[in-house]
Design a protein around this ligand. Sequence first.
Ligand SMILES: C[S@@+](CC[C@H](N)C(=O)[O-])C[C@H]1O[C@@H](n2cnc3c(N)ncnc32)[C@H](O)[C@@H]1O
Length: 617
Amino acid sequence: MTTLPQGHREFDDDIPSAPCSVDLVALEALAAELASLDYTVDGVGSLLGGPAYSALGRGQFAPALLEARRLLRHGHAEAVDRTGHADLTGARPVGNAGADRTGHADPVDARHAAGDTTGDLRAVPVLLWLLGEDVTEDDLRTAFPGIGLVGLERLRLIERIPQGPAPAGGTGADQESAGPAPASAGTTLASAGTDQVPSAWRAAVELRPYASDVGGNLWVASDLGSEQRPGRLRHDHVLGIGGASLTLAQAVMRAPVDRALDLGTGCGIQAFHLLAHARHVTLTDISARALAFARFNLLLNAPALGLAAHQPGERVSLRLGSLLEPVEGERFDLVVSNPPFVITPRTGDPAESYTYRDGGLAGDAIVETLVRELPGILTPGGAAQLLGNWEITEGTGWERRIRGFVPPGVDAWIIQREQLTPVQYAETWLRDAAENRDRDAYLRSYADYLADFASRDVEGIGFGSVWLRRPRTPSDLVRVTLEEITHEIEQPVGPHLAAAVGRADWLADHTEQAASGIGIAEEFLLVADDVTEERHQRPGAEHPGVILLRQGAGLRRTTLLSTELAGFVSACDGDLTAGQIAGALAMLLDRPDAAFTSELLVDVEQLIREGFLIPAV
Ligand SMILES: C[S@@+](CC[C@H](N)C(=O)[O-])C[C@H]1O[C@@H](n2cnc3c(N)ncnc32)[C@H](O)[C@@H]1O
């Protein structure tokens, strides 16, 4: 039994509709058995095979379901051939004959020992927790001989399906309906061709392997999605690792910090990454269920995350509450947030809102609140990174409204990655929560979305990332940069964003020095390694009509160069200072005026800011 510090507001430690994390021994046993079943990202990939696995990544369950069902029925003989393993156990550590290093029985070997060499038990957790399929009691018992059915049920990872005549097809039941539903998305494997469903179990949650730079293989529990459990999501649905979660995780600049905050933690995914470079991480959420999932995930993965399972409070603290309220009066070096930024019509019907995506405020007020208030909880030099949607009012540029949220005296870099019309936005979010199953309800919700946007003259909705930094001292120069980057960028982009911030700081230092006559003119510059030049000219033309610099990495920018700037860049090999190159060009082009040099150096600064040129150090 363990407790995590819970901040100021008391909240229930054990929520019946979320996994239970009070039994550390059971969690340890579960982790050992999942590892033993090779229930990892690579393990599942090699089990299902490339096509089925990549289809799963696209949200297409069918090939994975067919393959996992086949593996469980007909065993691993073919799987062994396909994955190239001489024997299933051969892929495991030497000496793993029937028991793993923790002393737990290996379920695959246990099945072999029992003389049953047909089914591939690695398919059991895949079918159950990834694909939402019902699993027989026998298969569960054999796959998890250590923790067993009782242990899995006590952790609230599985729930029994009532016995009785097999229902025809899925129910389409609302996930919020009380009590276990009569059938899940899948059918009970052993039920085919019989009238009676043998005792079967289904997942109570999703439990997904996650490979990360943090500590290797993790398992992350969240609520089942609508693919796994048809019907409307429950209101306090706890989101698994989604596209936005990964977008943010990949964008975070991961310098070592003392205290970090994950605001709106959900299943805890951002906090897991933060634990790799923050001494202490505070996780907040408005949903006690979300915190219960996060707590379960932290403790299940404690060794990989560098947490002492018996004393997790040394590194993490869980807080219940809205926005900044649970951390009032505290300061953080880094705040990350994938907040509930989805703009939702305020119809007054609580059934229309989902805590994972809707913060309960009108329009883009949740993003506005965070952008305005987060700088106030940062230490000097501390930064916040968040994702968000912002409204674009009719007749204005996309940057106007979001720019207005940034408080004075704060460094900001806002990148718009996508812009949708109100119609596209309504479609996206109605589809997301499986709200498009009932035609009338769908139409009503669609109309609500359009009316809501129209009431504020919204013609577009921007999506992107926001970086905010509190200056180290009040006299530091601050800069607000807004740009639209809609092409594909390199991932993870975080290191490139950090390098860009480093270059901007370097330029700011030189701008301050410029008053004393130093500036970048004294600096040696190099062309960044990923940069290439393209010249385009009409056939037969004497000179190129277009000269471009292109980045192969990071934000993958392209920029147009004047002939002078192209000449400057080609001389940036670290031998001459920027001032010397500019001077030589002025002579060559017969432009001895000071304006030529200073305008050229302003353009050079922009090339440094964008990473085409870098200081030679
Ligand atoms: C989009 S999910 C993000 C989950 C996770 N951090 C991730 O990156 O995938 C937003 C989370 O914010 C929580 N939330 C909603 N309203 C909130 C509020 N007013 N204050 C704090 N958290 C809130 C939701 O419960 C949900 O867990």
